[in-house]
Design a protein around this ligand. Structure first.
Ligand SMILES: [Zn+2]
Length: 88
């Protein structure tokens, strides 16, 4: 009859519910997975590995790589060749 008894029931309910929510929150913590992407240049599939994703995140890159490792290497090499040619 007294309103205070109803209030204590509500408190018990919220306490029994909250631990479940905490477990759910833990599960949503980012779990990285290897991602398969398509290269913009050669259209080949390449894997954006967990290690690379962590590296990108560390560097603050928000975009995923658009080229596969081979094309990236080739581009880097081409840039270097170009630069050397101009230099000499
Ligand atoms: Zn490629």
């Amino acid at each position: 009859m007294a309103p205070s008894s109803r209030l204590s029931l509500v408190i018990v309910l919220t306490f029994s519910v909250s631990p479940k929510n905490k477990i759910g929150g833990k599960k949503t913590m980012a779990e990285l997975q290897d991602k398969t992407l398509n290269c913009r240049d050669c259209q080949k599939e390449f894997v954006f590995t967990i290690g690379e994703q962590e590296f990108y995140r560390e560097k603050g890159f928000e975009n995923e790589p658009k080229d596969c490792a081979d094309c990236r290497k080739a581009k880097k090499q081409a840039r270097r060749d170009n630069w050397n040619r101009k230099d000499r």
